[in-house]
Design a protein around this ligand. Structure first.
Ligand code: URP
Ligand code: ZN
Ligand code: ZN
Length: 468
């Protein structure tokens, strides 16, 4: 099957070109002016932009967390991603305590296989680094998994100590794996949490008090230093504030192999949202927490100037009112204490639009830089480039036909994520996907879903090399 997309403007990280794109089977075959139609199905993209399919490298579908599961599975979460212009994502496998990495990987394959509708890869999160698990790490490369994640927070659940982190970095450096960290000082957070609860401070807003910016900055600085000592390549996930950006910038200035991402919510949602009346702040509980409005300009600037390389979502949705109408439990689990609120927010569907709106329309960066942080850098850093992350002959036909004029009001009433709220509720953006193709097949056409369960492919990723 051939598809010819005519009259659009192709935006890549480096170029803006008015040209037609011919997709033959699953790959882009030709780019040129006035390409002949032949037997191809024609899509007219006059006035539209052709963007590489978005890649969200930080998601948690069906994640067991805080006594429940994140509420999007591989079908609902991926379909929502596609509606928003994201055609690939990388999800976190969690090693079961006492179990092997492979057991975790098998469990995540089982969640994804029959449901997937976009392409996906895995990172593996190490929770229990016994000697045999240490020896198992290099085999992850054969599984197509070339990034490890370690949590420096969530004491007693996911947190690892510095010995574990450092050992993992040494093995990763030797075998071509990238180390990712959730950088917050979990010991400090646990102490602050106990103190707040003892003082009867149980409302959602105290989640933010228990997770100060300096606890994130301290852990970021520590991880950066350990990466420098071990020679590992490091990627700091969900960076939120000026203080931790300073630590990353310091490591980069020293020539350490360190990179970072922020997530969309940290640009738009702030402490005041966490302090909304009653229990509503629970909707915005995630870790690290949302910060002060003064931090957002630092994040936007870091995304524009290359201090940060990627924008992702940390999509980890929970019902606000769970446990009713057949829903699994959600945020209400923490009504008696903020420490029991499942951590995470929905966002996989809205990433491309809110980053276009605030970034390109907001005059903070160019359309090319938008492509770079939403698709090209994610593909390069995580071993998917050039199959994914750009539009060029030979790469997958993952193309978003983007209507930069389209006005769209984000609301839970029409979104496709399996949650009863949207953190961007009521926000009107300009720029939304008109059509979304994955490997040459139309998945989304306006409001219509054309995808097929089970058609998403597992992405085996190359060993890690490039530091941006
Ligand atoms: O609050 C969050 N971020 N939930 C998901 C798990 C994590 O820390 O990434
Ligand atoms: Zn995290
Ligand atoms: Zn996460």
């Amino acid at each position: 099957m051939q598809t010819l997309i005519k009259n659009g403007t192709i935006i890549t990280a480096s170029d803006t070109i008015q040209a037609d794109v011919l997709i033959d089977g699953e790959q882009v075959a030709l780019i040129g002016r006035n390409l002949p139609q032949g037997d191809a199905t024609v899509i007219d993209a006059t006035g539209k932009l052709l963007l590489p399919g978005g890649i969200d490298v930080h998601t948690h579908l069906e994640l067991p967390f805080g006594g429940t599961l994140s509420s999007d599975d591989y079908f609902t979460g991926q379909r929502a991603a596609a509606f928003g212009g994201t055609t690939s994502h990388i999800d976190f496998v969690i090693q079961p305590k006492g179990g092997s990495l492979k057991e975790g990987v098998d469990a995540w394959h089982a969640k994804a296989e029959d449901k997937a509708v976009i392409d996906y890869g895995f990172h593996v999160a190490i929770t229990d680094l016994r000697d045999e698990v240490m020896a198992e790490i290099p085999s992850m490369v054969d599984e197509g998994i070339t990034s490890l994640k370690l949590f420096m927070a969530y004491k007693g659940v996911l947190q690892v100590d510095d010995t574990t982190l450092f050992r993992a970095m040494q093995v990763a450096a030797e075998h071509g794996l990238l180390v990712m960290v959730h950088a917050e000082n979990g010991d400090v957070i646990a102490e602050l949490t106990d103190g707040l609860l003892a003082a009867g401070k149980t409302a959602p807003k105290y989640h933010g008090v228990a997770h100060p910016a300096m606890a994130e900055a301290e852990a970021t600085g520590r991880a950066v230093a350990l990466a420098g000592i071990s020679g590992a390549s490091l990627y700091v996930v969900h960076m939120t504030c000026e203080e931790s950006l300073e630590q990353l910038a310091l490591g980069r200035a020293k020539g350490f192999r360190v990179m970072g991402e922020s997530c969309t919510q940290y640009l738009y949602i702030f402490e005041d949202d966490l302090a909304r009346p009653g229990f509503e702040g629970a909707k915005f509980v995630c870790s690290p927490p949302v910060r002060q409005p003064k931090d957002a300009p630092f994040l936007w600037k870091a995304l524009a100037d290359g201090t940060l390389q990627v924008i992702s979502t940390d999509h980890c949705p929970f019902w606000y009112q769970g446990g009713v109408d057949g829903r699994i439990p959600g945020k209400e689990l923490g009504k008696q204490g903020f420490h029991n609120i499942p951590n995470g927010m929905p966002g996989i569907e809205d990433r491309m639009a809110v980053m276009w709106h605030g970034g390109v329309n907001g005059g903070r960066y160019s359309p090319n830089r938008f492509v770079e942080i939403t698709a090209t850098n994610p593909a390069k850093i995580f071993g998917l480039y050039p199959r994914k992350g750009t539009i060029a002959p030979g790469c997958d036909g993952d193309i978003v036909i983007w209507d930069p004029e389209k006005e769209h009001t984000i609301t839970a009433a029409t979104h496709h994520m399996n949650t009863d709220y949207n953190v961007y509720e009521g926000m009107t953006v300009h720029g939304w996907p008109e059509k979304v193709l994955l490997r040459g097949r139309l998945l989304v056409d306006g409001d219509d879903w054309l995808g097929e369960r089970g058609s998403g492919q597992f992405l085996r990723r190359r060993p890690f090399g490039e530091v941006l």
